[in-house]
Design a protein around this ligand. Sequence first.
Ligand code: ADP
Ligand code: MG
Ligand code: ZN
Length: 591
Amino acid sequence: KTSLKKTINQIKSESLASVDWAGTTYEWSSDVNRVLHNVFKINSFRPKQLDAINSTLSGQHALVVMPTGAGKSLCYQLPALIKPGITIVISPLISLMEDQVRSLTIKNIPAKLMTSTSPKEETTAVLNILKDKNTHVKLVYVTPERLAKSKRFMANLQKCYADGRLQRIAIDEVHCCSQWGHDFRPDYKFLGILSNMFPNVPILGLTATATAHVLNDVQKILNIQGCLVIKSTFNRPNLFYKILEKPTSQEGCISILEKLLKYRYKDESGIIYTNSIKDSEDLAEELRKRGLKVGCYHANMEADSRTKVHNKWHEKYYQAIVATVAFGMGIDKSDVRFIIHHTISKSMENYYQESGRAGRDGLRAECVTLYRMQDIFKVSTMVFSSIGSLDHLYGMIKYCLNGRFCRRQLIAEHFDEDWGDTDCNKMCDICCNPNISTREISLENHCRVLSDIIDNAEKCDTKLTAQKLLDAWFLKGPVNLRHKGKEPNFSRILGEDVIAFLLIQGYLVEDFHFTAYSTISYIKKGPNMDAVVDDDYTLKMPVRKYSDFELDRPAPKYFDIENDINADTITTKSVKSMKRSSSSSGEPKSK
Ligand code: ADP
Ligand code: MG
Ligand code: ZN
């Protein structure tokens, strides 16, 4: 039965997808054009915006998937003004809704907001608007909590629907429905009743989360299986991606960050992401000691101080914010020139969201990630208890270990997209590296050694962390744990890559243990290790090399744009000519 259902949904979505939703001959097309120019003062649509607008005006349920900054809000704000009636907008963050209502009000678009903290009079006013046939209000913003908990709101919404005035329900950050997304909100589950409660009212879900898994889950939860999915490309041509070798000492890390902020990103704005509150505080303090103006931002701070830090960064008093992922949704600064990951993200999904906060103005920006094996365990011990989290993390590690393929290619694969070869334009450390390593090493013998070390440690009743395993392999540390052979004929850092590679390939696995203060990740043999005893077994790993990167020279300012998402603000021609006349080189050169 389920497979039949699946096929029907598939056929449904395929036939919907074959319609030309970007057409300009709909009955509302001229109105749409007029409102775009006269009310929103925008010259032209960005990719897929018109598709979203036409489909929702046709009464279709749809999911709109576009990267952060692509312009999802317009996809429900503009249609709201085309037909009579009210658009309900559900959004998880009050600050985001306040921003939107403010900017709509400036454009003379009547919009109202209702949250669980709204004063009583405002709440009553909004409730009345839902019943009032003569209201001018076109958009009503509401949090999912408010919707789930207010019987009166739902009752009035039903009245609005019965009067034929409920035009559309837009659900922003719709991935919050799904536990597979990175921002699950229990209250979003409640939204599943809407499609049954208000038949024929189109639902428009919007998100920057593009994985098929999450999108399917969202459709199921909202009960709109097989709906149209409108997806714009996730490629951000102006972002330069780079993996940098992370020093083992905090001292070393700070020295890199200092150089980057003082020279490469002098006078530019950015964010430094790290994964713990303590790290964010320590790093910020150390950078300040070195004369840099940086703020710190994490979940344990009062809302007040968070806003202050955010504002100081907006006004360019702070060059950078050292933040945990608490600094996320709601950042609306267009000229962020760098995102540095001091610690890897817990998934590619998260990484893409976080790094995507750079370069919303369409100009060149850099996303630099400091990677070292030790950080795998820093993150894994924090996330391991939730389903699928280790797989997500290992996806991120795969990206870091990559030394051969364009980083965009890996990102595209992750989002089930195909960006082709030409789309990178040398905007990643792999594509701009003239001598990519094609070296491979055979791991089967090393695997056998590692396997022996682990067996031996077990006999000695010792648990091995990855560091201890490496020590024993390189004939360091306690003698009884070492093996009888020779130490590997390569560097320890390549040894680290081998361990990480074996982990993500299932030859090794992490085994988590709890102490009173922390969780420790020990290394055990994984399910794939058994096969290695076979004499014929071969296992190869590509060897990567870190490409050069100048920490102490200004980052290049320009790049060649082929298909920039902000092509209306800056034309290909002007960027190319700026580049020619600029003194900075296109790409970092070797020292
Ligand atoms: P998202 O929700 O996808 O992250 P927003 O809806 O917040 O993005 O839009 C990001 C910015 O892009 C806003 O400042 C918005 O006014 C602007 N924008 C949206 N569509 C267009 C367009 N077609 N042309 C120019 N600017 C646009
Ligand atoms: Mg948005
Ligand atoms: Zn590339």
